[in-house]
Design a protein around this ligand. Structure first.
Ligand code: PRX
Length: 656
């Protein structure tokens, strides 16, 4: 199995038509319908989005201005008043959906729970009232550090209901990483659980919160709300820590949704970039609501009878947009699973599909590659006939994995929707519409209506068909990030200055390389910056380097991605040691553990190589390109004439 290289995908000529039966019942039924929507949106984007906003969402007050674009800062539906929790809950209560399953939860070990729209609404209102009781007000920030349990979604919706912005921190992040995020967001409240289940072990979430808050670590945090999940016994600090079930008893279920300005901040979500410090991506209310709603409706063809399952964690954007907000805004049934496939239970995903009759299944290529390794006897032993659509996200999918997904999971009848997007984009950007777009294995196909994507060179000129270049987006869209929290300059620099405006038009720089083929299909090649993609998780190489050099033994560290069969890439770290330390297997282990402590298990280096020196240019810049070649076992490619000391390369080749 290999990652798509430009050679392999240039040879990929297979194409799959949408199944006729699927198209007939789909929201968007043909390529002509897609083209018409695309053209309309391109000709008049403001009218296109405004019409949808009017038709699809509830507003307390209509907007005055559809889009206000002061490059690179966009505002959508200015003057409008809206609440996303109202759109996700209240408006369904006055329809037959009142008693429809909103959230199906399959927990570990063996727990399950289903909440109807009415029940979910009730719990959200109660939690919102508890937040208020704990002093949270409109405009405050709330940290959510939770396992995959319904209360994670309830906490997000409760924030949205009262106008507090949430910042969800993935439960796999360490206390250090949690602290950094709570401090940056100046969170007032943290919602967590005593623990969460992860592959038969307990993740001690509350303990991590305690560590992050120790010694006044995050001084703005006044209260910690704790959901009882694993019951393993934890310390509760009087005055600061409160059990959710204690406060829920007696909390009123009456909490009207706060009318929010369209551009009020809905959430901050931290993601890795090219510098050491993760950046807080800011999404606002109305545009994000509309964008997640429409993309899910058209790209996943959500129907009222569907059971829809996205396997992401709510700690990532995929969980925000496509477990919580997109599905609930559409009145869909969304499934949340606490478990993860593992050697002891290789068929657990397929058990869930069979148990609930899942119709739409959305996962990452890294998971698909893991399933391939586990063997197709596991899915084959289950009844997967309920599935009608498959989605993928997070990294380029290699055509072999695509074909396996199509054949073994989809029974050759389910369209595969390969969605290219990012934390920053809020929702799908390049994606097939399953009833309309013929698919090609490994291509995310064409832009969603309203999205003008292009592949350009560094000056912003479109490159010829099938030439590699940088993926950019030309016109603002409702779901785009508005800024980097507390750092508008970083927002400008990161996304809008790598490629300068072209003919007065600003180009959003995604950080990905891509090519467009002769049919206008996009083939995303992966990151072109210092970001690596490990099992669909985005990691900044600088972030891992900072973690490594914070260890006393490390003088210098350089981190690159190394190809991995299942994870796509894994972290490979080159390390020079401080004088008094010597290389050993023990030290390697210690350094790996140190990175886990500083960031979390997702950043654990797969490989550490000690070296006497780094390959540097005369101006002192580490030549990562050479390190990437070395890590992947390739010959050193390209020019090495700028190397300061050529003997370093030989030493590196022989390094331990
Ligand atoms: O490199 C692209 C890759 O994931 C990056 C975004 O990561 P993140 O913000 O964590 O969001 C992941 C979930 C949306 C992108 O810059 N990526 C995401 N989807 C795809 C992809 N690469 C190729 N094909 C995709 N479908």
């Amino acid at each position: 199995m290999s990652e798509p290289t430009i050679e392999s995908i240039l040879q990929e000529k297979r194409s799959f038509q949408p199944p006729q039966e699927f198209s007939q019942k789909a929201h968007i039924k043909s390529l002509e319908d897609y083209q018409q929507l695309y053209d309309q949106a391109k000709a008049n984007p403001q009218k296109f989005w405004a019409d949808l906003a009017q038709q699809e969402l509830h507003w307390f007050q209509k907007w005055d201005t559809v889009m206000d674009w002061q490059p690179p800062f966009a505002k959508w539906f200015v003057g409008g008043k809206i609440n996303i929790s109202y759109n996700c809950l209240d408006r369904h209560l006055i329809t037959w959906r009142r008693n429809k399953a909103a959230l199906i939860w399959e927990g570990e070990p063996g727990d399950s729970r289903t909440l109807t729209y009415a029940q979910l609404h009730r719990e959200v209102c109660q939690m919102a009232n508890v937040f208020k009781q704990l002093g949270v007000q409109k405009g405050d920030r709330v940290g959510i550090y939770m396992p995959m349990i319904p209360e994670a979604a309830i906490a997000m919706l409760a924030c949205a209901r009262i106008g507090a912005a949430h910042t969800v921190i993935f439960g796999g992040f360490s206390a250090e990483a949690l602290k950094d995020r709570l401090v940056d967001a100046a969170a007032k409240l943290v919602v967590t659980a005593d623990g969460g289940w992860r592959k038969e072990a307990i993740v001690p979430l509350k303990e991590q919160v305690d560590k992050s808050l120790a010694n006044n670590g995050a001084p703005t945090v006044e209260n910690v709300l704790v959901v009882e999940r694993t019951k393993q016994g934890i310390q509760m600090e009087p005055g600061r820590d409160h059990w959710w079930h204690d406060l829920q008893t007696g909390a009123s279920a009456d909490c009207p949704a706060e009318p929010m300005d369209a551009e009020d901040m809905l959430f901050i979500l931290y993601t890795s970039g090219t510098t050491g410090k993760p950046k807080g991506v800011v999404h606002t209310t109305a545009g994000y609501n509309l964008y997640t709603h429409m993309t899910l409706k058209w790209a996943f063809d959500i129907q009222d009878t569907d059971v829809y399952w996205c396997t992401a964690d709510v700690g990532w954007i995929t969980g925000h947009s496509y477990i919580v907000y997109g599905p609930l805004s559409n009145g869909a049934t969304t499934l949340m699973y606490e478990g993860a496939p593992r050697a002891s239970n290789p068929g657990c995903f397929w058990d869930v599909v069979e148990k609930y009759g899942v119709n739409i299944f959305y996962t990452a290529p890294t998971a698909i590659r893991a399933f391939i390794k586990m063997g197709e006897e596991h899915p084959k032993a289950r009844n997967l006939s309920s599935l009608r659509l498959l989605g993928t996200v997070g990294e380029p999918i290699n055509p072999e994995a695509w074909m396996w997904y199509h054949r073994v999971i989809g029974g050759e009848r389910c369209p595969i929707v390969d969605t290219w997007w990012q934390t920053e984009t809020g929702g799908f950007m390049i994606t097939p519409l399953p009833g309309a777009t013929p698919t090609k294995p490994g291509s995310a196909t064409r832009p969603f209506p309203g999205i003008i994507a292009e592949v350009v060179d560094l000056e912003g000129n479109p490159v010829a068909d099938n030439q590699g270049g940088y993926l950019v987006v030309k016109h603002p869209w409702p779901g785009m990030l508005r800024t980097v929290y507390g750092n508008p300059e970083r927002f400008r620099r990161t996304y809008w200055e790598h490629i300068p405006p072209k003919d007065g038009q600003y180009l959003y720089f995604a950080g990905d390389g891509a090519r467009k083929d002769e049919d206008g299909y996009f083939w995303v090649m992966g990151r072109v910056d210092d970001v690596i993609n490990v099992a669909g998780h985005r990691l900044g190489t600088m972030e891992v380097e900072s973690a490594l050099v914070s260890h006393a033994a490390v003088a210098e560290a350089a981190v690159v991605g190394k190809p991995d069969e299942v994870k796509g890439e894994e972290v490979c770290a080159f390390v020079t040691l401080e004088g008094s330390y010597s290389a050993s297997e023990e030290l390697k282990k210690e350094l790996k553990q140190h990175v886990v402590k500083e960031i979390g298990a997702i950043a654990r280096p797969g490989e550490i190589r000690f070296t006497e020196a780094m390959p540097k240019t005369r101006s002192g810049k580490i030549m990562r390109r050479l390190l990437r070649n070395l890590a992947s076992g390739q010959e050193i490619a390209g020019d090495t004439s700028t190397l300061e000391d050529r003997s370093v390369l030989d030493k590196l080749r022989g390094g331990s």
